[in-house]
Design a protein around this ligand. Structure first.
Ligand code: C5P
Length: 227
């Protein structure tokens, strides 16, 4: 069976990662969560005082970019890979509201995008990959055999994200989560470099009213047509 590249893009908290992860597992493909990479760079910037509390020093961050080492390390127990930043497992920390607050600002920086896109292209060289993000079908793998663009209403997405954060033990307010989802959508769609947009040849997938099982079944049967 030929191996293909599958690009899954879309708005914040559409459940891209959950679905992409399941699909990769079912196909025996590699899964790459590119949002985790932008989140890890954001965490690095926060820890070094380059962003946060009204501060922004992107020049200093760009200078230190070569010092950032990102790795996805498989966790056999969990059945998926976790994000490591300079040798440290940061999987939990990169999912907090604090990182979500700043990540879209960091993802606007041209040098950051350039570095991460190059790494992503390298990871997908051999095909047999499901990658999710914002610019996978448009910039990272414009030649991907299957491109999916996921959407859902901001309310449906904020509700999912709110529950996820509560489950992880974070104290959050629904309105704040909704505001963050909307703000990230706006910045992601209006930035200068590789803004979030549906690739012309992507299949649109609105999952506002779909449960996880139905979403997976639909996506899996779409993927079968391309393999
Ligand atoms: O997918 P996730 O919500 O974890 O992504 C976090 C943020 O990283 C997005 O809101 C976006 O600003 C940025 N991102 C991006 N390009 C990607 C993946 C994520 O700009 N390919």
């Amino acid at each position: 069976m030929q191996k293909i590249a599958i690009a899954i893009d879309g708005y914040s908290s559409t459940g891209k990662s959950t679905l992409a992860k399941q699909l990769a597992k079912a196909l025996g493909y590699k899964y790459i969560d590119t949002g985790a990479m932008y989140r890890a760079v954001t965490l690095f910037a926060m820890r070094n005082g380059f962003i946060g509390d009204g501060r922004e020093n992107f020049g200093a961050l760009v200078k230190l970019l070569p010092k950032i080492k990102l790795n996805f390390v498989p966790n056999a127990k969990l059945g998926f890979s976790e994000m490591y930043l300079n040798g440290e497992n940061v999987e939990k920390e990169i999912r907090t509201m604090d990182v979500s607050k700043y990540v879209s600002r960091i993802a606007e920086i041209g040098e950051v995008r350039h570095m991460l896109v190059e790494m992503q292209k390298e990871m997908g060289k051999e095909k047999g990959i499901v990658m999710d993000g914002r610019d996978i079908g448009t910039v990272v793998f414009p030649e991907a055999e299957l491109k999916v663009f996921m959407t859902a209403s901001p309310q449906a997405r904020a509700t999912r994200r709110y529950k996820e954060l509560l489950d992880r033990g974070e104290e959050v307010v629904y309105e704040e989560v909704l505001k963050n989802v909307q703000e990230r959508d706006y910045i992601d769609s209006h930035r200068e470099f590789s803004p979030l947009r549906k690739a012309d040849d992507a299949i649109e997938f609105d999952n506002s009213d779909m449960g996880l099982v139905e979403q997976f079944d639909r996506l899996y049967s779409i993927a079968q047509r391309y393999i």
